[in-house]
Design a protein around this ligand. Structure first.
Ligand SMILES: O=C(CO)[C@H](O)[C@H](O)COP(=O)(O)O
Ligand SMILES: [Fe+2]
Length: 226
């Protein structure tokens, strides 16, 4: 028995003008989580959504909103995201070296689940203190593309980080994000990822439900082989 597979369509690839119905469509097709990409136009060269949109979406669904904060000052977002109804709050390690302890504490105090993300060029060792501390994060998001945009090519060299993490922390939620789809899922699943973000491969498919179930089967199959 492995840890639960969580398939999280990235709403970045949805029609933002119909966000609520797109979210419901993904949930009805078997999505476990909805991945919400919050970008501030500073940490990454793209600007997407923030707490007001999370608050609007929350009125339409009770689903787990897996929020990925690609922002320079994640601490500023904790209160608004908590009030808006975010479920997971995943901040980047590159911008939280000085204050991750305070961040994790505040995220938990607001009833959210803390996670830490790292860019492809960031060494995996940087997240160890956050996973092992007294007040640990509950998920590590290994970016498998440079953050900022959907539809990029999966970077297989990031898989070594997933393998190292899975070996070190057998029951940790490990999320992969960027370029995941039918042609890349097996390598990520066998490396040990159990939370799978997929934007363009799901929303661009003629049968998104089939992609969601294929992603889940790959994670479950890899766990049975280990
Ligand atoms: O965090 C992200 C980009 O920074 C997105 O979650 C990610 O890119 C998903 O899109 P796709 O599956 O199309 O790569
Ligand atoms: Fe993301």
């Amino acid at each position: 028995m492995g840890i639960a597979a969580k398939i999280a369509p990235s709403m970045l690839s949805s029609d933002f003008a119909n966000l609520a119905s797109e979210a419901k469509r993904m949930l009805s097709l078997g999505a476990d989580w909805l991945h919400m990409d919050i970008m501030d136009g500073h940490f990454v060269p793209n600007l997407t959504i923030g707490a007001p949109v999370i608050e609007s979406l929350r009125k339409h669904t009770t689903a787990y909103l897996d929020c990925h904060l690609m922002v320079t000052n994640p601490l500023d977002y904790v209160d608004p995201m908590g009030k808006a109804g975010a479920s997971g709050f995943t901040f980047h390690v590159e911008v939280s070296k000085e204050n991750w302890q305070e961040l994790v504490q505040k995220i938990k105090a607001k009833g959210m689940r803390p996670g830490v993300a790292l860019k492809p060029g960031t060494p995996i060792e940087e997240v160890y203190p956050l996973v092992e501390g007294e007040n640990p994060v509950e998920m590590v998001l290994v970016m498998t593309v440079e953050p900022g945009f959907g539809g990029q090519k999966f970077m297989p060299e990031t898989m070594e980080k997933v393998r190292v993490l899975r070996k070190k922390y057998p029951s940790l939620d490990i999320e992969v994000d960027g370029g995941l789809g039918p042609s890349t899922i097996d390598v990520a699943a066998s490396a040990g990822a159990n939370c799978i973000v997929a934007g363009s491969s799901v929303f661009g498919a003629s049968e998104p439900g089939q992609v969601i179930s294929l992603l889940r089967k790959s994670v479950q199959g890899a766990q049975q082989n280990n």
